[in-house]
Design a protein around this ligand. Structure first.
Ligand code: ADP
Ligand code: MG
Length: 323
């Protein structure tokens, strides 16, 4: 029989808990049991059901998931356009649940940049590319807290960004004079114009053919590598998702599995191969979501058998029948 812990032991445990760094304390984006419930015509839809996600500074990651799994709901919250029902969400030290309307406006201008799927939503139709990119800088300059207040400096910076994204030749064109791919690259330049900590993109290649989608993806990579911007891209495109180091899958309003890729160089041949490995998120209650294809393959349902091994936990089909 085990004896009850002494008071000193309990106090020790409480202290150890207190000293443990808080969940996500060193992440740029922290979502902790994020919930978003929509009520439409008296019917409740739980778009996010306790979603956990950490994104570190400088990451370029993809979010994938079936239609209706909550991806856009999450992006709208991170963009400061929608407020969560419960849970916690922090981006670059800002608390997205307690922000005032004024903080929210500043947050959208200074902390995040976004690129949407509909090319028409990203650019103002009556402005040229250069003017579209200069506009966020002009708005920031008007508040007087940015160095880029001069018209000349803004025009130079706009051209630099268009060059970085390889659309400098489109500088004097209006959106309708450009292809969808060119418009999205200009849109990325606009999103980067305010020097955001985070760039969010919700299916930015959804309206483009796969070749153009690849080019847009290369543009995001350039922005990530050259400017160090943290980037989160929602995508349907498996090929695109395969290009990033980290892909997180959302299922039913929660993060389910995650694929990490790293390149390995064969010492003998010098060949570089990308090794991908699947991970699952263990929540703080110890819950784990197994990929459906794994459980289906072994016909697992309801109850499964668990065994603790020295270096892993085995999950087997229920073998209790007939014992
Ligand atoms: N404004 C809203 N009002 C009611 N239901 C919504 C609203 N926005 C999203 N939903 C619902 O929330 C769920 C998740 O939607 P969404 O985040 O758009 O998914 P995804 O982007 O992954 O396709 C869906 O069931 C959708 O119908
Ligand atoms: Mg969506």
């Amino acid at each position: 029989m085990t004896s009850d812990p002494t008071l000193a032991e309990l106090a020790g445990r409480v202290a150890a808990d207190r000293d443990r760094p808080a969940y996500g304390h060193d992440a740029l984006i922290t979502c902790d049991r994020l919930v978003r419930v929509f009520t439409a015509d008296g019917v409740e839809v739980q778009a996010l059901q306790g979603l956990d996600l950490l994104v570190r500074e400088g990451e370029l990651m993809a979010l994938v998931g079936a239609s209706g799994s909550g991806k856009s709901t999450l992006m709208n919250i991170l963009a400061g356009l929608d407020t969560p029902t419960a849970g916690a969400a922090r981006v670059a030290g800002r608390d997205l649940l307690t922000m005032t309307a004024r903080d929210r406006l500043a947050y959208r201008r200074e902390v995040v940049g976004f690129v949407w799927q509909q090319t028409s939503r990203n650019l103002l139709p009556y402005l040229t590319s250069a003017q579209n990119v200069a506009l966020p800088m002009q708005l920031a300059g008007r508040r007087g807290n940015r160095a880029r207040s001069g018209r000349r400096a803004r025009a130079e910076r706009a051209l630099e960004l268009l060059e970085l994204l390889e659309v400098a030749d489109c500088r004097d064109r209006r959106p309708h004079q450009m292809s969808g791919g060119q418009q999205q690259r200009v849109a990325i330049a606009v999103a980067l114009a305010g020097d955001p900590s985070v760039l969010l993109a919700d299916e930015p290649t959804g309206e483009l053919d796969s070749h153009t989608a690849e080019q847009i993806f290369a543009a995001f990579r350039t922005a990530n590598e050259r400017l160090g911007t943290t980037i989160v891209i929602v995508t349907h495109d498996q090929a695109v998702a395969g290009e990033v180091r980290r892909t997180v899958a959302i299922r039913d309003g929660r993060t389910s599995t995650e694929v990490l890729r790293r390149s390995e160089v064969d010492a003998a041949t010098g060949h570089e191969t990308v090794v991908a490995r699947e991970y699952a998120m263990l929540d703080r209650a110890g819950r784990l979501q197994l990929p459906a294809e794994y459980t289906k393959a072994l016909n697992m349902r309801d109850r499964v058998a668990l065994e603790l091994e020295p270096d892993h936990i085995a999950v087997r089909p229920d073998d209790s029948e007939g014992r």
